[in-house]
Design a protein around this ligand. Structure first.
Ligand SMILES: *[C@@H]1O[C@H](CO)[C@@H](O)[C@H](O)[C@H]1NC(C)=O
Ligand SMILES: *[C@@H]1O[C@H](CO)[C@@H](O)[C@H](O)[C@H]1NC(C)=O
Ligand SMILES: *[C@@H]1O[C@H](CO)[C@@H](O)[C@H](O)[C@H]1NC(C)=O
Length: 187
């Protein structure tokens, strides 16, 4: 009787071990290797920011929500801008918007202009419906800057990747255009 019970216990343990090993493969084998050169989806988009100057309400797409502080070297430290900016597929401001960029940036470097962004790309066209959420440091002293695409909804359900920024044009404090090279690695 006793030896039968021991045998049964062994069998149960063996079955459990087999089940566990098949359901939980080692961590290493389930880890995806992502190559920066091989996104699963890629868009090159242009972001246009027209800062409100008090009288251009019909044209402006962003506005200063906090004044810069006196800290720093005229770097607008602490100035926060809220935007609902058009995003186009080519460099022209007047081209039909492909998406909108809704969010904010603020300047956060004492020595010179450098910013931090958090925004959502809102797609509402026949081609794409959904959102991509992007955030990170826009280290303006660098020619290109990588921000994180932290997630998506709709057509971009659970997508993640990298948005590479490059400043293409600046008209004083009135207007600037960014090239956003969006590469998704989880599609
Ligand atoms: C302050 O800004 C000026 C002009 O942008 C620059 O030449 C100077 O080096 C800066 N000073 C410091 C302390 O960063
Ligand atoms: C999205 O597009 C549809 C159709 O053009 C429109 O009815 C709807 O209001 C739009 N939604 C937003 C949030 O712009
Ligand atoms: C809107 O602002 C942009 C960028 O400063 C400028 O090029 C354009 O002429 C303005 N449009 C109008 C109608 O004021």
């Amino acid at each position: 009787m006793r030896s039968i019970m021991v045998k049964c216990d062994c069998l149960v343990i063996i079955v459990l071990v087999v089940l566990m090993s098949s359901h939980h493969p080692p961590q290493v084998s389930s880890k995806k290797t992502l190559s920066p050169d091989h996104p699963c989806q890629r868009f090159v988009l242009y972001y246009h920011d027209i800062l409100f100057h008090g009288t251009d309400g019909a044209n402006a797409t962003s506005a200063m929500a906090t004044n810069p502080t006196k800290l720093g070297n005229n770097s607008d430290f602490g100035m926060l801008v809220v935007f609902d900016d058009p995003v186009t597929r080519d460099q022209h401001l007047v081209s039909p918007p492909f998406a909108r960029a809704q969010g904010f940036y603020f300047y956060n470097k004492k020595e010179y202009h450098s910013a931090w962004f958090a925004y959502t790309l809102v797609f509402n066209s026949s081609q794409h419906k959904g959102t991509l959420n992007i955030m990170g440091a826009d280290l303006m002293a660098d020619k290109t800057r990588d921000l994180s695409v932290v997630g998506g909804t709709g057509d971009f359900f659970m997508n993640r990747g990298i948005a590479t920024f490059q400043t293409e044009e600046v008209e004083g404090s009135k207007y600037f255009r960014l090239k956003m090279d969006i590469k998704l690695y989880e599609c």
